[in-house]
Design a protein around this ligand. Structure first.
Ligand SMILES: C[S@@+](CC[C@H](N)C(=O)[O-])C[C@H]1O[C@@H](n2cnc3c(N)ncnc32)[C@H](O)[C@@H]1O
Length: 373
């Protein structure tokens, strides 16, 4: 069996069983070195290069997660970076992107070596580069790498043929289709996944290919999947079936599209004021049912304020932690990317009541959803 070389992940320790801190409330002052204990989880990277993934800030956010969790829900799971790196008896991962959920599920249930062989068959069939096997230098020496274009030229024809074949599939969710989708992501622009309204993959060829890094991420992900009890669920956070799942959870981590930033999954500004309010309302309902949660978000950027969120935070009944947002990977859209962006983690781990109930009534009238009193 091929070895995964040198896991570059950070070893993060969870507290020992019997830790009482979370019996009633989150201890906000907890330090990382106080969390050392028996159980430990090594952070792994998602096999899907997901814009906005939380890998670089995992250690900043999961110190606010309780540790006595039976059912953990990763709501808006994206590439599953958070869900696959937490310590819980059962992890439910929810997203409304059917392709992302199907792909993650498919990869998680694959056998690594068999999957690798299938990907190699696609490489051969579409005449794609394979730097995990031949090394990047091989393509450079052959004159296939020019300027800043990486392997773009080499893979141009093969990529577009593969894309056309994938887009012709009647069922894009079969195992074979999902293998092709994985390859389109790996060989495609910015390693993103994007579909047009006709469910056609529509990103152009990119500069990269199936390299050692991708294989390592795949193997680590599959190994992790075998060790944890997980379930992927495709749905909108407003669906009844999702709400049921959330109400039964011990802890919900929510990482929605950020209203005041841009990403592939929020290209046509589908996520606006109204959706934001619906989500906050849902989180408030969870709180009313004593379900603990943490919400990632950006509260302000370049003078633009996420008003519903700011108003909620100002009520003072939830806790708002600053997150160091300089975690984002470099990308084609680097310019101004980090400009004055204030990323936060909002939690309800503490139990509280409104000091001033009038505030809540005002809130309900003004903002359209009611916090608990
Ligand atoms: C910020 S990303 C999540 C990133 C993820 N936490 C990670 O680490 O990879 C937001 C996700 O929300 C999903 N999403 C957008 N609108 C949704 C909705 N109405 N219901 C459920 N999921 C939604 C998108 O498909 C996207 O994957």
């Amino acid at each position: 069996m091929e070895k995964v070389s040198n896991m570059q992940t950070k070893l993060f320790k969870f507290p020992s069983i019997g830790d009482q801190i979370h019996a009633t409330m989150v201890d906000w002052s907890i330090k990382e070195n106080e969390r050392l204990g028996e159980d430990s989880v090594e952070y792994i990277k998602s096999p899907i290069n997901y814009t906005g993934n939380k890998f670089r800030i995992l250690n900043q956010i999961d110190k606010y997660f309780p540790r006595d969790v039976d059912v953990f829900v990763d709501l808006f799971c994206g590439g599953a970076t958070v869900g696959f790196n937490v310590n819980a008896k059962k992890i439910i991962l929810v997203d409304n992107n059917i392709f992302v959920i199907a792909l993650l599920k498919h990869l998680a249930s694959s056998d690594y070596l068999t999957l690798k062989r299938r990907l190699e068959l696609l490489i051969a069939e579409y005449n794609l580069s394979y730097s995990a096997k031949h090394g990047y230098g091989y393509y450079r020496e052959q004159g296939y790498v020019s300027g800043n274009n990486g392997l773009k030229e080499f893979n141009h024809d093969g990529f577009y043929n593969l894309r056309a074949t994938f887009n012709r599939q009647k069922d894009k969710l079969t195992g074979h289709s999902l293998d092709m989708l994985y390859m389109l992501m790996v060989y495609g622009f910015n390693n993103d996944i994007r579909f047009n309204r006709n469910d056609e993959f529509n990103l152009p060829v990119g500069k990269t290919d199936l390299n050692k890094n991708n294989l390592q991420k795949l193997e680590q992900y599959i190994v992790r999947a075998k060790k944890i009890d997980y379930e992927f669920v495709c749905g909108d956070f407003r669906d009844k079936k999702i709400k049921k799942v959330l109400l039964k959870a011990d802890f919900v981590y929510a990482d929605p599209p950020y209203m005041i930033t841009n990403a592939v999954y929020n290209e046509s500004n589908k996520w606006g004021n109204q959706t934001e309010r619906e989500l906050l309302s849902l989180l408030q309902e969870l709180d009313n049912h004593k379900v603990r949660f943490a919400l990632s978000n950006v509260i302000s950027k370049e003078g633009i304020i996420n008003e519903p969120l700011e108003a909620w935070v100002k009520l003072g009944n939830i806790k708002c932690e600053s997150i160091n947002y300089h975690y984002r990977s470099s990308s084609y859209n680097k310019k101004n990317r980090w400009a004055n962006e204030k990323e936060v983690l909002i939690t309800n781990g503490h139990k509280r009541t409104f000091e001033n109930p009038e505030q809540a009534i005002y809130w309900k009238q003004k903002e359209g959803f009611a916090p608990s009193i």
